[in-house]
Design a protein around this ligand. Structure first.
Ligand SMILES: [Zn+2]
Ligand SMILES: [Zn+2]
Length: 451
């Protein structure tokens, strides 16, 4: 029997060049985890949280040079630490993909081949640093963003989300040698014309929740080149060109691979047959991510899904969060303005840590890490009144939570507000009604792993 198609929530695979900090945990990961737990608590439908680790990013190679390590060993070490961070914060994944799996790599090669049949690939001369030999793309080079002048790696600007075009980069410098490139090499790009960009904008216009960042990106994004393959000593090669694939294209294919598995599609099928089968299952895909990934999740993935006609990989909704701040500034490990996720572990029960980060979740604008908050007395586990029983206040709580289980309305801020207002009201009414409200809220908190 064919299983009913699930809702699959994807979060960005962390890059294994460092552990998680509180901004990562309190951003897309906790937000997605709370949404999945809330839907499971309230609704009888299948929902799954899926991710993996971003194994092939050039940032892994950059970090390896900085610390004198071997990239693959570094990647495996940090993969272990990232997964320990997820576990420590009860951030559960229903599936965690393995993008080193040989069966997946076969699927990736076939997908890449299929894509080159439907998207125009162009070759360009790009700068190459004569000092270190690195192609001046991705983590290997920085310049001032041509859209906003923010300091940006040669992929996308994390301040305005515009992709950086290598042809007119401003003040390009090698991140390793800190000098301007002297040589050139060849790289390949996917060419998105005005029609392709407009098609994605049209599709995504009502799917990003009026995100100002996504709106501004689409307002300014015209025809452009997206990196396809480049010369690098680290990354994933998918053909005999000697070039490695843009790691974000690999992420798209790995999400697709995970989606096949979630839908019970036989992953041994050839690429085109597996995609046809996935289209028949028609699962619902939702992406939670930070603003710095807006170009990839809101534009590129949809563009690739449309080009390859992988309909479910066009998300029904994207939930974009801003950055968490510490001491009024963006979290930055290089400037020492950071709280690592594992620094807080053990200082309080996990549900207290999750609640603190939920109160700090930068859903709509940058937001400061909240203080610890008042000590909480854990509510005793008592019976939960069935729906329709108990005081009227309980109906209000249930109705507000039910609203939040719809992805458009879901917000961590509102979720925390339901719990706060319910508790306040319980104190005001007192007696048996208060017990009924408190018991229900305790039940919700247990399921959501909040205090
Ligand atoms: Zn260099
Ligand atoms: Zn910018």
């Amino acid at each position: 029997m064919v299983r009913p198609a699930p809702t699959v929530v994807f979060t960005p695979p962390p890059t294994p060049n460092g552990a998680l900090h509180v901004g990562h945990v309190g951003g897309p990961y906790l937000r997605a985890d709370l949404y999945v737990r809330l839907v499971r608590l309230l609704e009888d439908r299948e929902i799954r949280h899926v991710s993996h680790v971003d194994t092939y990013q050039s940032y892994v190679a950059k970090k390896a040079v900085e610390v004198g390590a071997e990239p693959d060993a570094l990647s495996r070490e940090y993969t272990g630490r990232i997964r320990a961070d997820f576990d420590a914060y009860a951030l559960s994944h229903d599936a965690f993909g393995d993008n080193r799996d040989p069966e997946y790599l076969r699927f990736l090669r076939e997908g890449v081949q299929a894509l080159t049949d439907v998207v125009t690939v162009v070759e360009r001369e790009v700068p190459r640093c004569e000092g270190c030999g690195r192609t001046q793309l991705e983590a290997y080079a920085r310049s001032a963003c041509t859209g906003c002048l923010h300091d940006a790696y040669l992929n996308v600007c994390e301040n305005c989300s515009l992709p950086q075009q290598v042809d007119d980069a401003l003040g390009l410098l090698c991140t390793q040698c800190r000098t301007a490139a002297g040589g050139t090499t060849t790289a390949r790009f996917l060419s998105f014309d005005a029609g392709a960009v407009a098609a994605v904008e049209d599709t995504m216009r009502h799917r990003h929740g009026a995100s100002r960042r996504a709106s501004a990106l689409f307002d300014r994004l015209g025809p452009h080149l997206a990196l396809w393959q480049f010369e690098s000593p680290y990354g994933i090669a998918v053909d005999d060109s000697g070039l490695v694939l843009n790691p974000w294209v690999e992420i798209f294919f790995h999400h697709t691979w995970c989606l096949l598995q979630e839908c019970g599609v036989d992953t041994r099928l050839p690429f085109s047959e597996a995609v046809a089968e996935l289209n028949r299952r028609d699962p619902d895909v939702i992406y939670f991510f930070g603003v710095d990934n807006t170009y990839y999740y809101a534009f590129l993935f949809t563009a690739l899904a449309q080009a390859l006609v992988i309909r479910p990989m066009v998300p029904s909704r994207v939930k974009i969060n801003h950055f968490m701040h510490l001491r009024g500034a963006k979290i930055s490990s290089s400037r020492g303005n950071v709280v690592w996720a594992d620094e807080l572990v053990g200082t309080a029960p996990v549900e207290v840590l999750r609640t603190r980060l939920a109160r700090s979740c930068p859903e709509y604008a940058p937001r400061e890490l909240a203080d610890d908050g008042p000590p909480l007395s854990p509510a005793p586990p008592v019976g939960v009144p069935p729906a329709g029983e108990g005081p009227r206040e309980l109906d209000v709580v249930r109705a507000r939570l039910a609203d939040l289980a719809a992805i458009d309305a879901f917000s961590v801020e509102r979720l925390v507000d339901v719990l706060d207002k319910g508790r306040e009201r319980a104190r005001a009414v007192g007696g048996g009604d208060a017990d009924a409200i408190d018991d229900y809220l305790a039940h919700v908190c247990r399921e959501l792993q909040l205090a």
